[in-house]
Design a protein around this ligand. Structure first.
Ligand code: F6P
Length: 343
């Protein structure tokens, strides 16, 4: 078979391991030829790609980013976008395309499938909030990086009697905040699923002070918001081609309010893209490898319009339309457990 691959949306540690899994099993086991479109859907629109063979995937399993690069290109925003993608399919005589991406990238994949193209999806988001699968690769790495940062912030917070407000990624769901907050021993964790009452947050911190703990760690997901405000904190007014605002800055507002209401000195740390950069954990390398091999197997089984998914310990295939549109929120029981350690 002749197969195309692309990586779309924000990058995620483990993307290269997925590509490696696809190419290794595709070329060595099935005798496929594989091409990688560059920079997500942009590369398909412009028919820019590179051949992927056993040499191109050598030594990439431990590399972060993606050898194909990525973008948030939305074909619907371009004249004849979908037609151009169909054209790239024909020109390159593709039998199938594997799209590795989140809700946006896989949404395009689903439309292409509905238009009659053979498409398979691989779920990717650092936020770990895609429905249909229990776990996305890259999330474990982000949690590890955030946890290490929280560990380091503990000692400086303690030395100065300060509140450290740590902002982590998590646009619609607070998976990174909850996991890294539990692992790092955070004193308050704030997530998009539960808009917060600033008075309650301050009460928790005051309670800690009253029992002789003069420093605190507050972990806040970038998408969290004050209960009395409708909007998330954003940076600037620009939106990407899928209509998403650039989030960020909730930690500064939170820190100011905490300082104003409690009198405790407070500092802000925004981890940002550090959480997405660098080498994936062993867990993410293994999970991503499994996703890649599953995706190429799905192509050969003719399981199109579906996404590779992890259910429990098993890799399986779920229809793309089951995975799309519905954000997978943090399990309330897990958040409840985290809150045992608040204050
Ligand atoms: O969707 C994943 C994500 O990492 C979000 O957590 C974050 O809001 C966004 O991407 C950042 O996107 P960009 O890399 O385009 O700034």
């Amino acid at each position: 078979m002749r197969i195309g691959v692309l990586t779309g949306g924000g990058d995620c540690p483990g993307l290269n391991a997925v590509i490696r899994g696809i190419v290794r099993k595709g070329t060595m086991f099935y005798g496929d030829s594989v091409i990688g479109f560059l920079e997500g859907w942009r590369g398909v629109l412009e028919n820019r790609y590179q051949p992927l063979d056993i040499d191109t995937i050598a030594g990439i399993i431990f590399r972060g980013g993606t050898i194909l690069r990525t973008s948030r290109t939305n074909p619907a925003k371009y004249e004849n976008g979908m037609e151009r993608i169909k054209g790239a399919f024909q020109t390159n005589q593709l039998d199938a395309l594997i799209a590795i991406g989140g809700d946006d990238t896989l949404g395009v994949a689903q439309k292409l499938f509905q238009a009659g193209l053979n498409v398979v999806g691989v779920p990717k988001t650092i936020d770990n909030d895609l429905s249909g699968t229990d776990y996305c690769f890259g999330f474990d790495t982000a949690v590890m990086i955030a946890t290490e940062a929280i560990d380091r912030l503990h000692t400086t917070a303690e030395a100065h009697n300060r509140i450290m407000v740590v902002e982590v990624m998590g646009r619609d769901a607070g998976w990174i905040a909850t996991y890294s907050g539990i692992a790092g021993g955070a004193d308050v964790i704030l997530i998009p699923e539960k808009p917060f009452d600033i008075e309650q947050v301050c009460d928790l911190l005051k309670h800690r002070h009253a029992r002789g703990k003069y420093f605190s760690i507050v972990v806040v997901a970038e998408g969290a918001r004050f209960a009395n405000e409708a909007e998330q904190a954003t940076q600037g007014k620009t939106r990407d081609e899928f209509g998403h605002a650039r989030l960020g800055g909730i930690s500064s507002r939170l820190s100011e309010e905490i300082e104003r209401r409690t009198g405790y000195e407070s500092r802000v740390v925004i981890l940002g893209h550090i959480q997405r950069g660098g080498t994936p954990t062993a867990f993410d390398r293994v999970l991503a490898t499994r996703y890649g091999v599953q995706a190429i197997d799905m192509v050969h089984r003719g399981e199109f319009g579906k996404m590779a998914a992890l259910r429990g310990q098993q890799l399986t295939a779920v229809p793309l339309n089951e995975a799309l549109g519905v954000n997978r929120k943090v399990d309330p029981e897990l958040y409840e457990l985290a809150s045992v350690f608040f204050g």
